[in-house]
Design a binder for this molecule. Structure first.
Ligand code: PEP
Ligand code: MN
Length: 361
């Protein structure tokens, strides 16, 4: 299904931001002092968009669930005293109503809400006729279509200033990340909707301070548009997401270290070299396709043979042998095991599909 979003660039009060757009502030607004002091320090370092959770979606009940509406008054102060734009998460119609009443500048839809089309539609309906930027976090599960669907619902309500926030995806497997980045998903989003700004949220991807810089740099190298990073004046004491928050000072250092590479190539010589290399890649890709085509033709012959002799398609030991051989070879060539497993699983599955068709003809 085609996507037809009607978008305007991200601007706030007519101000267009340079890449990267930086959004920062605490995971949660906890007290007036914490909000104002965090904002003061961020403002001093040139940050223009402030974030804070007022209503917090928590995994288990009886943990800190946010300060609620009274926090909106603190954000009003942030706006008035520092001239920053303020942004909060909204998860239901009441949140939208209160945020708009309090003059919040930007809304975002959290990962636990964007999974649910009913909730997103209710939010979209409540935003009809309102001109406010809305950022849509990826759903917790790695599903690009669901993310696109949420963006479409908001856009269909007439909201044109929309950004996607990439915050990673839940996994049961423990890894170095709290939420697996699955970079291929925001890359796919960019391919399908090139004019949609993508903001990376390294804080929720990492879950700790450790990889924040690497993830931020990766986002910039992928030519994404901005970063949302959680900051707290005293991260260890934070009431939510303590492990991943950094101080405004640490944020300043992180941003100073970021290397921002050119997003388009203006130099002819660079372009020519790159074009030559790209042509080489295209040739390899065509070869790959021809090889796969040839491999599938052999698979179909095997299918015919198995059919004639009444042998099952899957021969687990043979498949195990192929995989082990390829992994051994991959190691020699410096290709990662994960990559080779993914490729060969896909090839094997396609072979099975071809053989199944032959068998059941
Ligand atoms: C947050 O931004 O603090 C938050 C709750 O994020 P997410 O919806 O990505 O989990
Ligand atoms: Mn958080």
């Amino acid at each position: 299904m085609g996507i037809n979003l009607e978008l305007e660039g991200l601007s706030f009060n007519g101000i267009k931001f340079d890449r990267p757009l930086i959004i920062s502030g605490p995971c949660s607004a906890e007290s007036e002092e914490q909000v104002i002091e965090t904002a003061r320090q961020l403002h001093k370092n040139g940050i223009k968009i402030f974030r804070a959770g007022i209503w917090k979606p928590r995994t288990r009940p009886n943990s800190f669930e946010g300060v609620g509406s009274r926090g909106l008054l603190w954000l009003k102060r942030v706006k008035e005293e520092f001239g920053m734009f303020t942004s909060i998460e909204v998860a239901n119609v009441k949140h939208v109503y209160e945020a708009l009443k309090a003059g919040i500048d930007i809304l975002w839809i959290g990962a636990r809400t964007s999974v649910n089309p009913f909730s997103v539609q209710e939010l979209a309906d409540s935003l009809k006729g309102v001109d406010i930027p809305v950022m849509v976090k990826n759903p917790v599960n790695p599903d690009a279509e669901l993310w696109i669907g949420a963006l479409e619902r908001i856009n269909n309500a007439g909201i044109k200033r929309i950004a996607a926030i990439h915050r990673g995806f839940s996994t049961y497997n423990k890894s170095q990340y709290r939420n697996n980045p699955h970079w291929e998903i925001p890359i796919e989003l960019k391919r399908r909707i090139p004019e949609l700004p993508i903001i990376t949220d390294p804080s929720h991807i990492c879950g700790s301070k450790k990889l924040l810089f690497e993830v931020s740099q990766r986002s910039m190298d992928l030519n994404f548009d901005g970063l949302m990073i959680e900051t707290h004046i005293n991260p260890e004491k934070a009431l939510s997401d303590a492990a991943q928050q950094i101080t405004p000072e640490e944020l300043k250092n992180l941003l100073a270290k970021l290397v921002l590479r050119k997003s388009n190539i203006d130099d002819d010589l660079l372009l020519i070299t790159l074009e030559e290399l790209r042509q080489e890649i295209d040739e390899y890709d065509e070869k790959l396709l021809n090889i796969l085509d040839g491999r599938m033709a052999v698979s179909r012959k095997i299918g015919e043979y198995k059919k004639k002799n009444n042998i099952t398609i899957l021969q687990a030991s043979r498949w195990d042998e192929i995989l082990k051989n390829m992994i051994k070879l991959a190691h020699k060539k410096g290709l990662s095991e994960e990559f080779i497993m993914q490729i060969f699983r896909a090839i094997h599955q396609e072979s099975i599909n071809h053989q199944t068709r032959v068998m059941n003809k």
